[in-house]
Write a protein that binds this ligand. Structure first.
Ligand code: ACO
Length: 329
């Protein structure tokens, strides 16, 4: 990759996550609606999902994940001057979840805002934080993906409600001087794309301006599936091209966790060995913007992802939006 001496890189200092205690298994769903464990596992790989209690909101999940990331990094909240929360399920239309997290952590300086790119939100948030940090305008950022997608479900609609879950994950990034080499730690590249013509394939049928309601998620599953693998493969290939790397150089592939079949087909198309793929969809379901930081936190905590590893994250979601980021851990 083109080296930029004495430049800034956004380096991962810590990762954390939070999952609500309540677990809903496929068997639980089977007892409530016309579905089966076999159908769900075969089509999606999902076996269970975590569902937030009534008293828990997206900002409470996000705060718990942020606290865990701070503890993992050995940093205090006072060190943070930027908070970006990727979410499509904010507690309220406004204020932003990020400002609620800021208040909960008793941070009184810097900036905090939400970013909405649905399932790609965390990749978009990493890319956004990276621009702030590498421009020198901010020093340390909490980048959080947090969702309560259970609140967007029509629980009578078996074609969508079996797919999603709740949770939050957070990454703490710090701007550090770098020689701009491939082996130097930090975010190496990010590739973001959107195409609003695909709105009807995956959307929520409510909102403050259109209906004055929250609405329910609606999806043409087959159409989403048809586009997902190609879009994801394109942005991952673009990240390889931008950095002069290839699938062989990767230590870990951490895709958005929507569906096991999409994950496997993407890895196969990209020539990424299955043992390098981090999978949590079986236990978390699709947690939208939270899925990647939840998976990163798990693989970091159990020692799979280590300092110096090359980690590719990617996602695709409503909009459509899609993107990738390559990180030297
Ligand atoms: N349990 C039992 N049967 C079901 C269920 C269910 N939960 N849901 C649907 N069915 C039935 C349908 O009614 C249909 O029955 P019919 O043939 O009698 O009409 C049959 O199963 C097949 O339905 P399809 O929708 O064609 O099933 P498909 O094989 O496409 O699988 C799925 C559906 C799993 C949603 C798949 O299309 C998919 O994974 N798409 C990707 C979507 C996705 O992951 N979106 C996540 C959000 S976007 C993102 O994060 C990338």
């Amino acid at each position: 990759m083109p080296s930029r001496q004495n430049s800034l890189r956004s380096v991962v200092l810590g990762v954390g996550s939070y999952l609500p205690e309540q677990i809903v298994t496929n068997a639980d769903l089977q007892s409530r609606m016309d579905t089966s464990d076999e159908w769900i596992v075969q089509r999606t790989g999902i076996r269970q999902r975590h569902i937030a209690e009534k008293s828990e909101t997206t900002s409470t999940l996000a705060t718990r994940a942020a606290e865990a990331a701070l503890a993992d990094a050995g940093r205090s909240a006072a060190d943070i001057d930027l908070i970006i929360v990727a979410t499509s399920t904010p507690d309220y239309t406004f204020p932003a979840v990020a400002t609620q997290v800021q208040a909960a952590l008793d941070i009184r300086s810097g900036a905090a805002f939400d970013l909405q790119a649905v399932c790609s939100g965390f990749v978009f948030a990493i890319a956004t934080a990276d621009k702030f940090l590498t421009s020198g305008s901010n020093k340390r950022a909490l980048v959080i993906g947090a969702e309560t997608f259970s609140r967007l479900m029509n629980w009578e609609d078996r074609t969508t409600c079996v797919l999603f879950g709740d949770g939050a994950g957070a990454v703490l990034l710090e701007a550090q001087q770098s020689n701009g080499e491939l082996h130097d730690r930090g975010v190496l590249t990010s590739q973001l794309r959107s195409d609003g013509r695909h709105r009807e394939k995956l959307y929520v049928d409510g909102g403050p301006s259109a209906t004055g309601t929250v609405g329910h998620l609606r999806m043409h599953g087959r159409e989403v599936f048809r586009h997902a693998v190609g879009m994801v493969a394109d942005v991952v290939e673009e990240a390889f091209a931008a950095t002069g790397t290839s699938a062989d150089d990767l230590d870990w592939f951490v895709p958005h966790q929507a569906n096991r079949r999409i994950i496997d087909a993407s890895a196969e198309k990209l020539g990424i060995a299955s043992q390098k793929v981090v999978v949590t969809v079986d236990r978390h379901g699709n947690t939208s913007a939270a899925s990647i930081p939840l998976a990163l936190a798990e693989a970091h905590a159990d020692g799979r992802i280590k300092k110096g590893d090359l980690v590719m994250i990617e996602a695709m979601g409503g909009g459509f939006t899609w993107g990738s980021a390559l990180i030297r851990w």
